[in-house]
Design a protein around this ligand. Structure first.
Ligand SMILES: [Ca+2]
Ligand SMILES: [Ca+2]
Ligand SMILES: [Ca+2]
Ligand SMILES: [Ca+2]
Length: 251
């Protein structure tokens, strides 16, 4: 839960600096044009028994896959379990194609036992219409189009290599699905399955072209979600309790 609060505050900071004004930043040697905002924002689902397990017994908080990567020396990563699945959504930005063969999405995996992970992307309705018959890309009809696999401690995928012939920024995806390959890597253990630290959009567009006071999560709307984000830090005073997880120092 502590990390969840940190992520809420990171979201708040991202909004206060406004996505439209965020400059590019390097993470893992890769340039992310929208800085902190480039990374996944919400957990849509997490099922470490998706393929029948076994499930991990540590690193079970899926919110640890949100926001910027913290590296393997931190405790802030999620373990998928053997064949486990996580689905992460973008709120203040969306993932797009670059229109060339440069990488568009990057999965930060940590852990000594590097695991293969299947990646699928959820197109917006407009993009799904552009891509045509879903059966070409979505074999299990779950709304996530399979785009390949990532290997190794850090891995990138090129959207344009899968969906060819589209101009830059015309293909828009609002969520990423990661599924551990149950037939690769360790099959048992505390942290069985891939360990996911972060998922970032290298090809990224901001979700909102307006500045709206009170839109804490940057989704272009002011609603109860923003109110709950505000309420989660209600009466927190970082001058009194600077060590609180909700108090994130500014560089
Ligand atoms: Ca984001
Ligand atoms: Ca590309
Ligand atoms: Ca699918
Ligand atoms: Ca909002």
């Amino acid at each position: 839960m502590k990390m969840f609060r940190i992520m809420l505050v990171i979201g708040l900071l991202a909004n206060l600096s406004l996505v439209s004004k965020v400059s590019a930043e390097l993470y893992g040697g890769i340039e992310f044009p929208h800085g902190i905002a480039s990374f996944a924002d919400v957990v849509l689902s997490y099922d470490n028994m998706y393929s029948g397990g076994p499930a991990p017994t540590a690193h079970l908080d899926p919110t640890d896959a949100l926001g910027i990567p913290q590296g393997s020396s931190s405790d802030f990563f999620i373990t998928l379990g053997r064949g486990g699945k996580i689905e992460l959504g973008f709120v203040d930005n969306f993932l797009v194609n670059s229109g060339d063969d440069l990488a568009d999405v990057h999965v930060f995996e940590v852990g000594s036992d590097v695991e293969d992970t299947f990646v699928a992307l959820r197109p917006t309705p407009e993009t799904a219409a552009l891509l045509g018959d879903p059966a070409l890309y979505d074999s299990n009809n779950d709304g996530y189009y399979e785009v390949g696999k990532v290997f190794g401690a850090t891995s990138s995928l090129d959207i344009d290599a899968i969906f060819t012939g589209f101009a830059a920024n015309t293909l828009v995806f609002d969520a990423v699905q990661l599924i551990d390959d149950p037939n690769e890597g360790g099959q048992t253990g505390t942290t069985v399955g891939a360990d996911i630290d972060a998922v970032g959009a290298i090809g990224s567009v901001r979700a909102c072209d307006y500045d709206i006071l009170g839109d804490i999560n940057g989704d272009c709307k002011v609603d109860l979600i923003d109110f709950s984000l505000l309420a989660s830090n209600w009466l927190l005073d970082c001058k009194v309790t600077p060590d609180d997880a909700g108090c994130v120092p500014i560089d």
